[in-house]
Structure formats: C-alpha cells, structure tokens
Design a protein around this ligand. Structure first.
Ligand SMILES: O=C(O)c1ccccc1NCC(=O)[C@H](O)[C@H](O)COP(=O)(O)O
Length: 262
C-alpha cells in the first residue's frame, strides 16, 4: 500500500530530477565554498531551558492550507525577535507550498540557525541545503535505509550542519541511535497515516541515550503542550501550525518559551 510519506517522497524525487538537470553537483559544491560556515545549532538546542524551532509553514497534507505567508522572511524575523532558537523552513513544493526561495529569504533575514525541512533522500539535497545557507537538515528515518541514514548523517556533519534525525516508533529510534544521531526528533505525527499521537514522546524518549538532544515535534498547540514536553525531558519543541494560524506569532513564541522555562 502506498503511504502518504511514499507519495510525498515520489513527488520530491520528480522535482529533484528537474533541479539536478539545472544545477550540477560541481556547481553546488562551488556555491557551498562561498557560503558562510554553518551555525552550531546542536549547541544552541542543548542550552538549558526549552528551545523552540519555529516553523514557516503554509500548507500541509494533514490540514491543507494553513496561512498565506506572503513574506516568510518577515515571519522568521518575528519568530527570532521573540526568542525562537531556530527557524524551520519547509522547502517541499507540492504539498507544503515551500521552496528554496523561502529558505534563501529566511536565511538572509535571521542570525539564528535555519533548518531546511524537506524529505531528504539524496546527498545532493544536503549539498543544496548548505548552498542555500541551512544550518540544520532533517533526516526522516522512515524514508531512508540504514546505509543512507549513516552516510547522509556523516555528510551533514562534514558540511558543518546539524542533522535532526526524526523517528516515530521504537524501531526507528533504535536505528537513529545506531546511526550515531546526536539530535533526535520524536514526531507525534505518523507520516504514513497522518494521525497524531500525543504520547509518542513519553514512550520513545526513555529509549534515547542521555546526551542526545531530544526534540518533540508536531501537534503542539501552545504553552500547555510545551510545558508537558519540557516536563517529559524534551530539550526543544518544533512548532508549525500553532504559530502560523494564530493572530500573534510573536506572542505564541514567547508563551511557549515561558512555559518551557517555568
Ligand atoms: O504536517 C503534516 O501534515 C505533515 C504530513 C506529512 C509529512 C510531514 C508533515 N509535516 C512536517 C512536519 O514535520 C511538521 O510541519 C512539523 O513537525 C510541525 O508540525 P505542526 O506543529 O503540527 O504544524
């Protein structure tokens, strides 16, 4: 049976085929050489208190259209001024209406680490992320083989980036740990069915070794959820919908950070 994740990845591969025709690997490597070094995002996420990765998210497979976001740079600057630790930028086009242009705009607007949030299935996408100034990339364990996970995790490090390695169940958590992940995101959303299970973090966090940065992802509606995840040992939360669909993203960021610090 084809899952939602399979369908997204198939579209990503089609779009990637077009981009690799337009920009060759040697071109990308030349661009990477000209980009300022990546910010050490892992160190910032590890800092005391609950960190927040605030997402620029226009649409999603689970909710459809979420927000217009005509100026992603302005939204990212608002998040950063309110105290967000890092900014997540969705670059998948078909279902999230993101783009590498959004990544460029956000990178130019903020000094905090920037996550390229996409479905990474080839090394080329990691080079592309760095060429566009990303400091963090996402590796979704469910869409990679063990060999790909280890290789791409190593490449992210070689390029100076932090890999956020995303898991949703026990087996994926073990695979992330075995691959040497130092930042693990526990996604409450099952990317195959889109169901959100709020107990996923409390179930999987004990399987993650001490010293690994733990990020709770998806379905976080505000301060109460942030406080709950902080109490369960999360170092950071990644929030999209609750920030883009409310009336005041800066207040939402401040509320989440205050709840995490309390
Ligand atoms: O958001 C979705 O519907 C989705 C569906 C399939 C694959 C990925 C999806 N989201 C990507 C994300 O990781 C979320 O944008 C992120 O965790 C923030 O989630 P939320 O706070 O629930 O918007």
């Amino acid at each position: 049976m084809t899952t939602v994740l399979d369908a997204i990845v198939a579209g990503v591969r089609e779009d990637l085929a077009v981009r690799t025709e337009a920009v060759s690997q040697p071109d990308l490597e030349r661009r990477v050489a000209d980009v300022p070094a990546a910010i050490d995002a892992e160190e910032r996420l590890r800092a005391p208190g609950l960190s927040l990765i605030a997402e620029v998210k226009r649409a999603s497979p689970s909710k459809g259209e979420l927000a217009e976001i005509a100026d992603p740079a302005a939204l990212a600057a608002t998040y950063a001024s309110a105290g967000a630790t890092a900014i997540s930028v969705l670059t998948e086009q078909r279902r999230f209406r993101g783009s590498l242009d959004d990544l460029d705009s956000v990178r130019a607007a903020v000094q905090v680490p920037v996550l390229r949030k996409d479905f990474m299935v080839t090394d080329y996408q990691l080079w592309e992320a760095r060429a566009h100034g990303a400091d963090i990339i996402l590796l979704i364990v469910a869409s990679l083989t063990d060999a790909e996970l280890v290789r791409m995790h190593g490449l992210a490090r070689e390029l100076g980036m932090t890999a956020l390695v995303e898991v949703h169940d026990e087996g994926e958590t073990q695979r992330a740990v075995d691959a040497g992940a130092s930042v693990i995101g526990v996604n409450a959303r099952n990317l195959k069915t889109l169901e959100v299970h709020r107990d996923t973090f409390s179930r999987l966090a004990p399987l993650i070794p001490p010293g690994v940065v733990k990020v709770a992802e998806s379905g976080i509606s505000g301060a109460d959820d942030a406080a709950m995840y902080a109490a369960q040992g999360a170092d950071a939360v990644l929030v999209g919908e609750a920030l883009v669909s409310g009336p005041d993203p800066a207040a939402a960021v401040r509320d989440i950070l205050a709840a995490g610090a309390a």
